[in-house]
Design a binder for this molecule. Structure first.
Ligand code: FES
Length: 246
């Protein structure tokens, strides 16, 4: 969203990893990078949700002593020169990733989500070992909320990126989810109850948004990944929503 004081139609030209790109004023560095064909690692951001700036995986280096801000919440300024792959940002990202993994169950082989974004990012960011160990893993003893007929919520696998909370409010407009607690105690809650008793309408937007297997379809949890998927269009109405049949 352009800043409120940006003149209508204003643009900014920035250089990212040596590529020049011109974007509407207020565009985030992350989106400008994408325009230039550069993918910056991210966990809390998606292409469609509003920026949140919590995971710190998208750090970039901005020339001119402007430090290493989160690219998803930093608006482009005309003349800005950005590097997404310096030694400094790679080190920072690796360290952030290690911290996430140190607070995450270490059973990736048994993960219900075959396309776990966090697992893929661990590879992309080059994490070979977790120097902080796995002792800090929280919520391991907390019960999985299996009350919803279609999906489960496992707080131990949740990294509290808030993508589900934002998908629930921004995509579905339901506002059923929130983050409760602070620090290691933080977790996603559907109010003071479980998913089934809450305002949740089982639309599945939260499950789609989750970058780990914290929110996972029951069929995946019990049967594992399907051997094939078919993309089809719902004939129920004229909207043309597509969904996957497995
Ligand atoms: Fe930018 Fe998470 S993607 S802070």
């Amino acid at each position: 969203t352009p800043p409120v004081d940006a003149p209508l139609g204003a643009e900014a030209t920035v250089t990212i990893d040596g590529r020049e790109v011109t974007v509407p004023a207020g565009t985030s560095v992350m989106r400008a990078a994408k325009e230039a064909g550069i993918d910056i690692p991210k966990l809390c951001a998606t292409d469609s949700l509003k920026s949140f700036g919590s995971c710190r995986l998208c750090l970039v280096e901005v020339e001119g002593g402007r430090g290493t801000p989160a690219s998803c919440t930093t608006p482009c300024a005309d003349g800005m020169v950005v590097s997404t792959q310096t030694e400094t940002v790679r080190d920072l990202r690796r360290n952030v990733m290690e911290l996430y993994l140190s607070d995450h169950p270490g059973n990736c082989a048994g993960c219900a989500r075959g396309n776990c974004e966090m697992q893929a990012l661990a590879v992309t960011t080059g994490v070979a070992e977790v120097r902080y160990g796995r002792e800090g893993a929280n919520h391991l003893d907390d019960a999985t909320d299996a009350s919803n007929p279609y999906f489960d919520y496992d707080p131990a696998a949740c990294i509290v990126c808030s993508r589900c909370v934002r998908a629930c409010s921004e995509v579905q407009g339901t506002f059923a989810l929130t983050v409760s607690g602070r620090g290691f105690e933080s977790r996603i809650t559907p109010g003071n109850t479980n998913f089934r008793e809450s305002e949740c309408v089982s639309c599945g937007a939260c499950v789609q948004a989750c970058p780990t297997d914290a929110l996972a379809e029951k069929s995946l949890v019990s049967l594992g990944m399907p051997s094939r998927t078919v993309l089809t269009t719902c004939a129920y109405c004229g909207v043309g929503c597509s969904f996957k049949a497995e």
